[in-house]
Design a protein around this ligand. Structure first.
Ligand SMILES: Nc1nc2c(ncn2[C@@H]2O[C@H](COP(=O)(O)OP(=O)(O)OP(=O)(O)O)[C@@H](O)[C@H]2O)c(=O)[nH]1
Length: 479
């Protein structure tokens, strides 16, 4: 859309400010690193700590002062650079490996390994294997041998895909998203139209922000701060107003939040070096499985080793879908043959396989059916606790909540329920490519108190990218 159409969109009640910015942001973020380095070259010798290098494409001349201090957009290298979190000296609750488990016994998964998942021998590194937990009404025998033998390697097996290098991905995203054009100048237009900002205009701005799912608290805060700043500025000079708005939006999004992902091997309290375990949770259809697959590709491209766990046993096709994602990049998927198998058992076996294979990361996909809060809490709590039984007192490193950015208030409601069910460490906002609700970034971060770490920008296999607050805000402003 032509940026000049924004005023018309806003006037028409389109709520296009944060709205369109969400799509446009992706375009700008992909240019962010380059712009920033160019800007910093032009102005100061600010160091690009990301080590990000070349990004193709011409940079249009930019007159605004607004982006002069914008840091380079985070690269995957930045995002995956999280040092192993120092586990607390206290073993995680219910993770003590030698204590008898009080968990309900976990059904054997009848694991169907893909590719070379090791045979299920007794594993000295996982002494509290759930299936050997004290008997309960659900007690089950120890896990059976895999129901299906690992398939021998086929000589004519299809070649593994090589995920795009992140730099290439950025270029491609930029090309694709640039078609949506830079939008979001609506509010700036309202604030700088020359006749002063009257109450009706403020009401219009408020409505625009609310429609963009910024949420009532953030909307109030932004309006209050903007009113104050514009009064102090005593001008509706577009550059000054733009800078004020940029700063206020950045404050709301909070660039200081740590958006890195725990994706390295780490020390358990007993000194054992173990994979980082990532749990992916969220309502069905939000894009969990897809995101697990995309993330696996990113990790493989970054030369990390990965095991996937298909603990979404609710939907048989989900395990198949995940296995396909994994096999395309040579990553094993631990899954159960039985539809409706105990997701916690699959999670446990995934962790055990990851430990045996000495991988960097185990990513576990869950079903997270939202029948009711108690059911969800029970299921996710159990998956987490059982996964942690194999971790020598360490904890699951990340619990990532996947939210569909197009679901607005519904998505917010789901986010609240999930965050009560399990401690979330980060948010993945999917489908930002198709959203009219860019404000959800602010809303969900404030509500849950954890950062948006990654965003999904399409259905393509490599359409996942680290979240870049500065690039996002610049896109909102139609930069
Ligand atoms: N446009 C767009 N589509 C996406 C994105 N991420 C996922 N999708 C699509 O969303 C749909 C649902 O994705 P899944 O990964 O199956 O969702 P899920 O949460 O695992 O769903 P269940 O397995 O039913 O729990 C698929 O068609 C994906 O291609 C994104 O960032 N943008």
């Amino acid at each position: 859309m032509d940026p000049n159409d924004i005023l018309a969109v806003i006037a028409g009640g389109g709520g296009a400010f944060l709205v369109i910015g969400a799509g446009a942001w992706a375009y700008v973020r992909s240019r962010g690193g380059k712009k920033s380095s160019q800007d910093t070259t032009d102005t100061t010798d600010t160091t690009d700590s990301t080590g990000s290098t070349t990004r193709g494409g011409a940079d249009p001349a930019r007159s605004s002062t607004a982006v002069k201090d914008r840091p380079a957009a985070p690269t995957w290298a930045d995002t995956l650079a999280a040092p192993p979190e120092k586990p607390s000296s206290q073993p995680a609750e219910s993770a003590a490996p030698t204590e008898p488990s009080t968990e309900p016994a976990v059904e054997p998964t009848q694991q169907t390994p893909t590719q070379q998942v090791p045979a299920q021998e007794a594993d000295a590194t996982a002494p509290a294997e759930p299936a050997t937990a004290p008997a309960s009404e659900e007690a089950q025998p120890a896990p059976a041998e895999p129901a299906v033998e690992p398939e021998p390697e086929q000589p004519g097996a299809p070649a593994l895909e090589t995920p795009e290098a992140p730099g290439d991905r950025m270029v491609r995203l930029r090309e694709r998203l640039s078609r949506s054009g830079a939008l979001g100048r609506g509010i700036l237009g309202l604030l700088t139209r020359g006749s002063g900002v009257d109450e009706a205009t403020w009401d219009e701005i408020e409505e625009t922000l609310l429609m963009a799912d910024l949420g009532p608290d953030a909307t109030d805060e932004l309006l209050e701060n903007l009113r104050r700043r514009i009064q102090v500025l005593g001008t509706d000079d577009p550059a000054a107003v733009r800078e004020a708005l940029r700063e206020e939006l950045l404050t709301l999004i909070d660039p200081s939040l740590d958006r890195r992902l725990a994706a390295t091997r780490r020390d358990a309290p007993d000194g054992t070096v173990l994979p980082s375990v990532i749990l992916m949770v969220g309502v069905n259809g939000t894009g969990k499985t897809t995101t697990v697959g995309k993330l696996a590709r990113v990790l493989v491209a970054a030369e990390r080793s990965v095991v996937l766990g298909a603990a979404d046993t609710f939907r048989a096709a989900a395990a198949e879908q995940l296995t396909t994602w994994g096999s395309r990049v040579g990553v094993d998927t631990v899954r159960s043959d039985r539809e409706g198998a105990d997701p916690a058992a699959v999670a446990f076996d995934s962790v055990r396989t990851g430990i045996e294979q000495e991988v960097d990361v185990v990513i576990i996909d869950t079903a997270g059916r939202l029948q009711n809060k108690k059911g969800l809490m029970d299921e996710l709590g159990k998956v987490r606790r059982v996964a942690e039984k194999g971790l020598h007192g360490d904890k699951v490193a990340e619990v990532l909540l996947v939210i569909d950015a197009t679901t607005g208030q519904n998505g917010m409601q789901q986010a609240r329920v999930f965050s009560e069910a399990v401690d979330i460490t980060g948010i993945v906002l999917t489908k930002l490519d198709g959203t009219a609700k860019g404000g959800i970034v602010v809303n969900v971060q404030r509500e849950l108190g954890v950062p948006v770490k990654m965003v999904g920008l399409g259905e393509g296999v490599d359409d996942l990218t680290p979240f870049d607050p500065h690039g996002f805000v610049d896109a909102l402003l139609g930069d």
